[in-house]
Write a protein that binds this ligand. Structure first.
Ligand code: BG6
Length: 364
């Protein structure tokens, strides 16, 4: 049972510093700045032959797939994208021999993802899995894969498995990158970043108490936005997903850059926005968008880094530690788990078993 924790979700959130270490263990190569992923069953030649990466998953696994696609494009310079497995399998997709398909699933039993894998393999595509449950249907159907080693995840809303999916993608991106153009210096920089991550996750969790009041305020809103750009956008999508799943509030993710093309019309003192504003090449532009929200008295919660100066903007600021920019998305995700959790807790919902949802959907 959840032991001294009031729910499995909170227990699983707090386990992340330990479970994150488990997915990295034995897979990092400090000397050559790369990763070793024996379970993929692909040698350097196979890895070099990959011309495109297509990631498939459902729900949170799909959103973390978008984070993974960004990592692969950045580190390996291979075109990569993620698609909802539930849509992919219904649209008669073109299966290409030099595309690496990656199925992402905590349970390994999600029917939409499983049927996508079967369709890919029937048509001769190579599909590897990022799966948590050993020996599950998706793990068995794939050509190879990366087990996530997060341990059993009970709460419907995925937290520790999702973090390990991100780390699994980082390992894959690193290995794909290092058999191509990624320099040894960059490889070593990322290996060192990955080694720092579990401790930094712990730092974010240690600041949990600072988030509780913010979460309660957000819980009172009927509708809210989550915004981010480029690396931050899948984080916003995942944040909105978590929030709606367990608080039952309408939470919608948007690219910060698209705000002025639509959602700004809805911003008023009743509609809060949770904004991802990491310290990166887009910080100034992101702050520009915050001014637009602030000018319309939209309440703002900003997940950001210490060195980002919000100036006159009236916002609740949540600071996370910096890692390497490519790896920052997962540290930005952790506070969003806590915000969703404390909002749902404040509302008195059944956090581990939200209404209408199942941990894994295994029937069509
Ligand atoms: C959904 C769950 O039905 O399945 C989500 O409600 C989950 O929380 C999704 O992310 C995918 O599950 P899995 O096991 O394939 O990662």
């Amino acid at each position: 049972d959840a032991g001294e924790h009031e729910s499995y979700m909170r227990k699983e959130i707090l386990e992340q510093p330990t479970t994150a270490q488990a997915v990295l263990r034995g897979r990092l190569d400090e000397r050559f700045g790369t990763a070793h992923l024996g379970g993929l069953d692909m040698d350097a030649r196979d890895l070099r032959a990959v011309r495109r990466v297509k990631i498939l998953g459902c729900g949170s696994a799909y959103y973390v797939g978008q984070m993974g696609a960004a990592l692969i494009e950045e580190l390996a310079r291979i075109p990569a994208d993620a698609e909802a497995a539930s849509e992919f399998r219904y649209r008669d997709p073109v299966i290409e021999p030099d595309t690496l398909y990656v199925a992402v699933s905590q349970s390994g039993e999600t029917i939409d993802t499983l049927l996508a894998v079967q369709e890919i393999r029937r048509k001769g595509g190579r599909c590897v899995g990022l799966v948590n449950v050993v020996g599950s249907a998706i793990a068995r159907e794939c050509d190879g894969g990366i087990y996530l080693h997060a341990g059993p995840e009970v709460a419907v809303a995925s937290t520790k498995a999702l973090t390990n999916m991100f780390l699994g993608f980082a390992l894959l991106a690193l290995q794909l990158g290092r058999v191509r153009d990624l320099s040894i210096a960059d490889g070593k920089r990322l290996v060192a970043g990955l080694e720092r991550l579990p401790g930094q996750i712990e730092e974010v969790l240690a600041a949990e108490a600072d988030l509780v009041d913010v979460a309660k305020e957000l819980a009172e809103a009927r509708s809210l936005f989550f915004i981010g750009r480029v690396r931050g956008f899948p984080v916003a999508r995942e944040g909105a997903q978590k929030f709606k799943e367990i608080s039952y509030r309408h939470a919608e993710a948007y690219q910060t850059s698209e705000l002025k093309h639509g959602p700004l019309a809805l911003i008023d003192p009743e509609v809060p926005t949770v904004a991802l504003v990491p310290s990166d090449e887009l910080t100034e532009r992101n702050i520009g968008a915050l001014h637009e929200i602030d000018a319309r008295q939209g309440p703002l919660v900003v997940i950001t880094h210490e060195d980002v100066d919000l100036g006159e903007i009236g916002a609740r600021r949540i600071v996370v530690p910096r890692n390497e920019p490519e790896l920052d998305p997962i540290l930005l995700t952790i506070p969003l788990q806590l915000l969703a959790y404390h909002a749902a807790q404040h509302l008195g919902h059944d956090i581990d078993k939200p209404r209408n949802l199942a941990k894994s959907v295994t029937v069509e």
